[in-house]
Design a binder for this molecule. Structure first.
Ligand code: G3I
Length: 391
């Protein structure tokens, strides 16, 4: 493939007339050679398999970063607001709802024929403190908090009724360890373990046609996975309206194992619910441990040795990343009957939360598209698999 051909191909992918990173060209060439596309977008390549999506931010959809918006619309069939539908964003104070930012995602999705995913209704994080407060400095009562939860869900899910494919109704309610199944959150402390059931019932009431999901990270860990299975099985037995489970999939280059990734999908699918990969990324930076724990409150001490790719990702790591993504999408394709969506947690490396987690100010490279908005070898590896899967 000559440079002109490569340039034309990247333009047709929605990336504009860019030339690819010189250091990555050899690897790109290797993956792209068999993938010269008739329908050169991820959303077309996976159209018969599952939705493919990205979490987006305001600048990408409101025209401030028009090129990024164009790429998102061209490449992806679904989008999730990375932050702007969370409680803190849409309902910052009692009785005051702010929908301007969230509405923009609904408009962008409709305009570009993308499915809109709501993220999220009930979470312990990014929920303002007032939600859990009662009278005279006391915590809210169970009745107060249930009423707040119902009002919130009615108002937010009600607003996007008919515009949203599905909601992450409850996010990250499972504990990462310890004897109990559930995380010790204010929702659970105040309402009790049934806060999850209640949230799903309120969501079904607010938007009977939206799919309702439980969403969590670290389900590839055997302990957490079996607790998730127990949780969801119990919900199904109690007649709680749950349609799917999202395995967030914040991964590293070598962890979790592919066997655990596949087992997680199988175990969740065996419950008879839809399975979604909801927040996929692959952290390429060294870590002190505690891998797979995407709890946003977790912090680690900065250290220059833990930020080795500030000047760019070396070819060999770029290739490892491409292979990791190819392995993952290979599994997703094998389970395409159970998997309805694969969403990446960000459009491009520059946007990724992993530049700030668990250490602030690092340069991470976890996605398919680089911070220069150019497709990476991993992009072509995934595209090639999608195209090969077409009938
Ligand atoms: O918008 C404010 C800005 O006004 C302020 O100046 C700046 C100062 O820090 O903060 C900005 O808010 C940040 C927000 O992202 C928007 O950029 C918050 O500090 C920051 O904590 C927040 O991080 C988000 C994180 O959730 C926290 O909830 C990440 O972008 C987002 O990717 C991440 O997403 C979560 C999923 O919702 C659930 N699963 C795990 C995943 C990764 O943590």
């Amino acid at each position: 493939m000559n440079p002109t051909h490569m340039k034309n191909m990247t333009r047709s992918l929605g990336f504009g007339g860019c030339t690819l990173l010189a250091s990555a060209t050899a690897v790109v060439f290797q993956f792209a050679a068999a993938a010269v596309p008739a329908t050169p977008a991820l959303r077309a390549a996976f159209a018969d398999d599952f939705l493919v999506g990205a979490a987006l931010n305001p600048a990408q959809i409101d025209g401030r970063n028009a090129h990024a918006g164009e790429i998102a619309a061209r490449q992806f069939s679904t989008l999730t607001a990375e932050n702007d539908m969370k409680w803190q964003s849409v309902h910052p104070q009692p009785g005051r709802y702010e929908f301007k930012a969230a509405d923009a995602y609904a408009e962008f999705a409709a305009k570009h024929d993308m499915k809109l995913i709501g993220h999220n209704l009930v979470w312990h994080s990014q929920t303002p403190a007032w939600v859990f407060q009662g009278e005279d400095g006391q915590p809210a009562t169970r009745e107060q908090l249930l009423k707040r939860m119902r009002d919130h869900i009615q108002t937010v899910a009600g607003r996007y009724k008919g515009k949203i494919k599905g909601w992450d109704v409850v996010n990250e309610a499972l504990a990462d360890g310890g004897p109990g199944i559930l995380r010790d959150s204010p929702w659970r402390r105040i309402i009790g373990d049934d806060f999850i059931d209640q949230a799903f019932r309120f969501a079904r009431e607010a938007d009977p046609k939206a799919e309702l999901y439980y969403n969590d990270y670290g389900l590839e860990n055997e302990h957490k996975r079996s607790n998730c299975v127990k949780l969801v099985r119990g919900m199904i037995e109690r007649g709680v309206p749950i349609d799917g489970v999202g395995t967030q999939s914040h991964f590293q280059l070598n962890s979790p194992s592919l066997a655990d990734v596949e087992k997680t999908i199988k175990d969740l699918a065996a419950l008879g619910v839809k399975v979604m990969v909801t927040e996929l990324d692959v952290d390429v930076l060294p870590s002190r441990g505690n891998m797979g724990n995407a709890d946003i409150s977790r912090r680690e001490q900065a250290d220059a040795s833990l930020n080795p790719y500030a000047a760019g990702l070396p070819d060999d790591v770029q290739e490892k990343l491409a292979r990791r993504y190819a392995d993952l999408f290979g599994i997703y394709l094998r389970h395409r009957k159970s998997i309805t969506r694969v969403t990446l947690w960000g459009l491009d490396d520059g946007q990724s939360w992993l530049n700030g987690f668990p250490i602030r100010g690092r340069t991470n490279h976890p996605l398919l598209i680089g911070r220069d908005l150019k497709p990476k070898p991993a992009f072509f590896a995934v595209l090639k698999l999608g195209q090969a899967s077409r009938p």
